[in-house]
Design a protein around this ligand. Structure first.
Ligand code: SF4
Length: 215
């Protein structure tokens, strides 16, 4: 199989973007939050969990825990119980407490606005950082979650499995100002059409631009 040139790939991505962009909502996240700190906590809780379920939990959680200190002054088991319905609650509680401690230690309790600073927080990886920076501060970034990874591979935008490499590969194909929106578009398209188990090629608006339409 001949390798697609970067120029062709960029043009294909431009067309995919133009076709899918009008089909999906422009809301940056379905997670409910009022402050960057709340968004950071909600994003940590959203791993392997639906946004709807996270919103249900954070409705009461954010009443009880308002500042990073609040997550640290309760016993770990109490926080675990409070976030239990989001799944993987022990690990998530550890991340929430770790990142709360990091915010207090490094940034006076405020959420920082750069990738470099975010990655110093325990429990915060590039995906979480990109979600928060993009939605709360409009910092451009490619969010690579499970949908983006799957679609990037199916659409032939990367050959890598590693999310950090996929982020870089996608980033090279689009202008910076489109990074965030393109991630969102792929997430919506992945949830609604290009599903993990059964991609609906027949209903896919970018079928003609996809090398995997026959899988
Ligand atoms: S053609 Fe199929 S594999 Fe390609 S993006 Fe559409 S649904 Fe996914």
């Amino acid at each position: 199989m001949t390798r697609e040139s970067l120029k062709n790939k960029k043009e294909r991505v431009r067309r995919i973007y133009e076709i899918l962009d009008p089909l999906y909502t422009r809301e940056k996240t379905a997670l409910e939050y009022r402050t960057p700190f709340q968004l950071l906590i909600a994003t940590i809780l959203s791993a392997q969990c639906t946004d709807k379920q996270v919103n249900q939990v954070t409705k009461t959680l954010f009443e009880k825990y308002k500042k990073p200190e609040d997550y640290l002054k309760v016993p770990a088991a109490e926080l675990e119980e409070d976030i239990r319905p989001t799944g993987f609650f022990r690990n998530k509680a550890k991340s929430v407490r770790g990142c709360s401690q990091g915010l207090l230690d490094f940034y006076g309790g405020e959420v920082p606005q750069s990738m470099e600073e975010m990655l110093k927080l325990p429990g915060v990886g590039r995906k979480t950082a990109n979600c928060v920076l993009g939605a709360a501060f409009d910092v451009p970034g490619v969010v690579v979650d499970t949908h983006v990874k799957r679609l990037a591979l199916r659409l032939g935008l990367t050959e890598n499995q590693d999310p950090d490499k996929i982020e870089k590969d996608i980033g090279e194909l689009l202008p910076t100002e489109r990074w965030r929106r393109f991630s969102d578009i792929l997430i919506y398209h992945g949830r609604e059409v290009c599903k993990a188990r059964k991609p609906d090629h027949d209903q896919c608006a970018v079928r003609e631009l996809c090398p995997s339409k026959g899988i």
